[in-house]
Write a protein that binds this ligand. Structure first.
Ligand SMILES: C[S@@+](CC[C@H](N)C(=O)[O-])C[C@H]1O[C@@H](n2cnc3c(N)ncnc32)[C@H](O)[C@@H]1O
Length: 277
């Protein structure tokens, strides 16, 4: 779990096998070791009950709320479900997110600095971008890796090609971006922070609620934007709720949809072209 000062109240997570099966149990134990999280077997201890469980199943990894009356599981599925559907139904590069990253001008390298459940990463990759998806929550990172693995194994050739354009890095994007200089600098950095609290994102409500319990609020989003503007060679795009104030003053362009707005910032040092009268 994230322990730095930027994390607010984060839920306790433990790893559990989803079924009684030797190999599933072994995989769960390995994952618990890798992520440094408690492994609780199939019997939940009555004391110290975790709030969230990362459940290792035969087929997939799921995040569940512990306890009765909990909502359905969260998992990353790039092949089926709403994300897969968006790819199958064909996405226009002229939709707001495509225009915001500057797509109609050609394929781009985008760092998705706040990958979450990688839905926006997948959308950008399905529009033709090469995406470096960065997520600092180890639990969400495990879900993304699992989704990518299953898409490669079970997806259609098109879905495999889309996930082939996504590279996942489990880290704080501030550190990843700080190391990207010269030829490794991305053209675009995309930021969708968990802030302010009522902001809508690509995630449906259930995912959003659990993610917030898992990672807290991204109070350092302003710093991430500053670093991103020093690294991106073309632009930085920040996703916001339509009525939320911009993360930093004076975005140069805004693209609004019904549920989200994309604020575009130029790289630091960029000069606006002089307008001819
Ligand atoms: C609102 S969610 C993003 C949802 C995502 N756009 C999607 O489509 O699934 C914000 C995520 O950004 C992550 N995040 C925030 N700041 C970060 C940083 N500096 N480095 C890496 N991940 C970060 C949080 O952990 C959280 O999972």
């Amino acid at each position: 779990m994230r322990t730095d000062e930027t994390a607010s109240t984060c839920a306790r997570v433990a790893i559990a096998p989803g079924i009684e099966n030797k190999s599933v149990r072994a995989r769960a134990a390995v994952l618990a070791e890798e992520l440094g999280l408690p492994f609780i077997g199939s019997d939940l201890p009555s004391a110290e009950t975790p709030e969230l469980l990362l459940v290792v199943g035969e087929r997939r990894l799921e995040l569940r709320e512990a306890g009765r009356g909990s909502m359905g599981p969260i998992f990353v599925d790039f092949v089926r479900g709403p994300v897969g559907f968006r790819r199958r139904s064909g996405q226009s590069r002229r939709q707001p997110i495509g225009l915001a990253v500057g797509l109609p001008r050609g394929p781009l390298t985008v760092v998705d600095a706040t990958a979450g459940l990688a839905q926006d990463s997948f959308l950008l990759a399905s529009l033709g971008c090469t995406v470096i998806a960065v997520e600092r929550s180890p639990v969400l990172g495990a879900l993304i890796r699992d989704g990518l693995r299953r898409a490669r194994a079970e997806g259609s050739p098109e879905a495999v090609a889309v996930v082939g354009r996504i590279t996942f890095i489990a880290a704080d994007a501030r550190n990843v971006l700080a190391r990207m200089t010269g030829t490794t600098a991305p053209e675009v950095v995309y930021i969708d922070p968990m802030y302010p609290p009522k902001k809508k994102t690509a995630l449906p409500k259930k995912e959003m609620r659990i993610c917030r319990r898992l990672v807290g609020d991204d109070r350092d989003a302003g710093e991430l934007l500053m670093i991103a503007r020093q690294v991106a060679t073309r632009r930085v795009v920040v996703k916001r709720h339509p009525y939320a104030a911009p993360l930093a003053p004076r975005p140069t362009i805004q693209f609004s949809g019904k549920k989200v707005r994309y604020d575009v910032y130029p790289p630091v040092g960029y000069r606006l072209p002089r307008l001819r009268c």
